[in-house]
Write a protein that binds this ligand. Structure first.
Ligand code: SF4
Length: 376
């Protein structure tokens, strides 16, 4: 891409930084969040993305399984958690989980994404037994499991350190930690949306410990509720600092807040404009994280597709059955087919790549990533 495409002089210094591969500072990120010049931002973010991945954009064949929605906490933003007295609470036995996984394997998935609430009674053996049973189905199946707060819960449950808990989970078959639960790291905002949840430092320490064991994980940010632009920049700054230290994050997934069925006094999901701007700023600021995912469950596939030209290079997965966002009001479907993902990526002018949990390519759809519209 040619230098000089950004005509507005206010962006020239940022363009120079992006061209030179120099790191954006917090002030730069705050300027971007304050701007409505999405087009220029998108051009810059695209350059940063293409420097990392060229014209490729990825997706994964995966399935979500929530083992239970019972939770001892009551985060204000959460529409997923239930108490034992609630009629729509659920918990799945290991056999039920294995059955869901068996059916998903027949569809060609390579990853199971498993999270749940902080269950009040399930023993630690349930979690390690579950991992072993799922690995026994197919040793190549990659198990991406648990948020940092679940790991802390399991650590307390088992009476082991976080490190020993992660070692036990890894030994039982866990391949990757999920990035969920980061929400927003600012203590004030955290208190307002997720009182009782782990602190930012505890979230980071679980991931740091996992990375030091040789593990990899993703990271997230829940945006578009009561946080400020400065809170977002603070969140990104903490993630970038941890990545400088461990190099263990494979990708970053900004999660648009869903407003229904919860106790936060915010009635609207972030706009499409804000979602695209957040992706662009994330791509530009998180220079040490290779991949930025446009999460179609929260954005819808059409907006996620547009995000592929605003710094995102990944559409996440086929998913099959999603509860957490849909119980909070997401209107997206429960599943995307591989054909839909490939078409969306190709029509955005990108080369579709089916990836594994660690964003490594499994299949590259070699045909050039041109528009799907016929030439005449
Ligand atoms: S966000 Fe997680 S920890 Fe908080 S109430 Fe919901 S399930 Fe429980």
């Amino acid at each position: 891409m040619m230098h000089g495409l950004i005509e507005r002089s206010e962006w020239r210094d940022l363009e120079d930084k992006v061209e030179a591969g120099a790191r954006l500072c917090d002030k730069d990120a705050r300027r971007l969040f304050a701007s409505s010049d999405l087009n220029s931002m998108g051009v810059l973010a695209n350059r940063a993305a293409e420097r990392k991945v060229g014209r490729r954009a990825s997706y994964i064949l995966n399935r979500y399984i929530n083992y239970s929605n019972y939770c001892i906490l009551s985060c204000q933003f959460c529409a997923f958690a239930r108490k034992k007295r609630d009629a729509d609470g659920f918990e799945l036995s290991i056999e039920q989980m294995v059955e869901k996984a068996r059916k998903a394997l027949a569809l060609g998935i390579t990853e199971l994404h498993i999270v749940g609430g902080l269950h009040p009674a399930l023993p630690f053996d349930y979690y390690t037994g579950l991992l072993r049973a799922l690995k026994a189905l197919d040793s190549r199946l990659q198990l991406k499991c648990f948020t940092a707060i679940e790991v802390l819960h399991l650590s307390r449950l088992s009476g082991q350190s976080v490190r020993d808990t992660l070692v036990a989970l890894k030994k039982a078959g866990m391949d990757s930690l999920t990035g969920g639960g980061a929400e927003i790291f600012s203590p004030t905002v955290r208190q307002a949306i997720a009182r009782g949840k782990e602190t930012a430092e505890e979230w980071a320490d679980v991931h740091r410990t996992w990375h030091r064991l040789g593990g990899r994980s993703t990271c997230t940010m829940l945006f578009g509720h009561v946080e400020s632009a400065s809170d977002r920049v603070d969140h990104l700054r903490r993630l970038r600092a941890l990545q400088d230290e461990t190099h263990g994050f494979t990708g970053f997934i900004p999660l648009p807040y869903q407003p229904e069925n919860n106790a936060i006094p915010v009635r609207h999901a972030p706009t499409g404009f804000d979602a695209l701007r957040t992706i662009a700023v994330s791509r530009l600021y998180l220079d040490n994280i290779d991949h930025i995912t446009a999460y179609w469950v929260g954005m819808g596939l059409k907006l996620a597709q547009v995000a592929l030209n605003h710094g995102a290079d990944d559409l996440h997965g086929t998913i099959v059955e999603e509860h957490i966002f849909h119980m909070a009001g997401a209107r997206s479907p429960q599943v995307q087919t591989e054909a839909d993902m490939v078409r969306a990526i190709r029509d955005a002018g990108r080369i579709p790549v089916r990836r594994n949990t660690f964003y490594e390519p499994i299949r590259v759809w070699e045909e050039e990533g041109q528009s799907a519209l016929p030439a005449s």
